[in-house]
Design a protein around this ligand. Structure first.
Ligand code: HPA
Length: 272
């Protein structure tokens, strides 16, 4: 392996003493509290795992929790590194390590701005497809054939069966779940109003600064992907509200409660 992911996986399995996770979960901005629901977790700081990032953004903890949630053994990545911190492949080792410890699927969460006025702040949107507007790709550079193919396909990157499961769960727990295309914006600047109009015109329903690199890395190494965004605001210029990080964290914490219920239901049915 040309990176530290195998070594990190070995260390995780050793520290978790026989625990065998099936689903990995990445918790985005303001969504960290879901980790509190993981039962009797083994908690590992990213700093103790080779190749794991030290997340730099307020609202991101940087810990891996291993334990049961909704009856499923999960590995919960609480905190992520973003491409705007300088490396678009910053989540390469954590995502691959999830595969090497035995996970089948990864559930990505994030905060996003909505580009559809009828899907307002506080809504949830499951991602059906993406536009990579980050100007880079986490797989650029030499390919490690042990990990995955040089040219990974990205059709149905967001697993249709897992998306259907999310829709069923949303209906069962009475939460509205929009579905749409997520555009990944490098950041760290929020978009200008003209950029929001451009991104809308390209066919996106939401915009955010994460998720897509992780989806690409996960598909490359053979993890199934499902992803849901918490809508924290309407895209810049689509309403009179200001868009800033504090507002993102507040709105994510609020709507994050619905997302927690959705994820627990998803896991319960995933296991069944
Ligand atoms: N743009 C980009 N990223 C975001 C937004 C947004 O409007 N809201 C939350 N994350």
């Amino acid at each position: 392996m040309s990176d530290h992911s195998a070594e990190a996986a070995t260390r995780i399995l050793k520290m978790a003493e026989g625990f065998q996770p099936k689903v990995a979960i990445v918790l985005g901005s303001g969504l960290g509290p879901l980790a509190d629901l993981v039962e009797d977790p083994v908690v590992i700081s990213y700093g103790d795992l080779p190749g794991f990032p030290e997340p730099g953004v307020h609202g991101h903890a940087g810990r891996l929790l291993l334990g049961n949630l909704g009856g499923v053994p999960v590995a919960c990545l609480q905190g992520r590194a973003h491409a705007y911190e300088g490396r678009i492949d910053a989540m390469k080792v954590p995502v691959r390590a999830m595969k090497w410890i035995g996970c089948e699927a990864i559930y990505l969460t994030c905060a996003a701005g909505s580009l559809r006025p009828e899907v307002g702040a506080g809504s949830l949107m499951t991602i059906s497809d993406h536009l990579n507007l980050m100007g880079g790709n986490p797989l650029a550079g030499p390919n490690d054939e042990e990990v995955g193919p040089r040219f990974p396909p990205m059709a149905d990157a967001y697993d249709p069966a897992l998306r259907a499961l999310q829709r069923d769960c949303a209906a069962a727990i009475g939460v509205d779940l929009a579905e749409g295309v997520y555009a990944a914006w490098l950041g760290p600047t929020f978009e200008t109003p003209a950029e929001v109009r451009m991104i809308q015109g390209l066919g996106a329903d939401a915009v955010g600064m994460s998720t897509v690199p992780e989806c690409i890395l996960a598909r490359h190494c053979g993890l199934k992907v499902t992803a849901t965004a918490v809508i924290t605001n309407l895209g810049v210029g689509l309403s009179d509200e200001t868009v800033d990080h504090a507002q993102t964290l507040r709105a994510a914490a609020e709507a994050g409660k619905d997302l927690q219920r959705l994820i627990v239901c998803f896991l319960e049915r995933y296991a069944a």
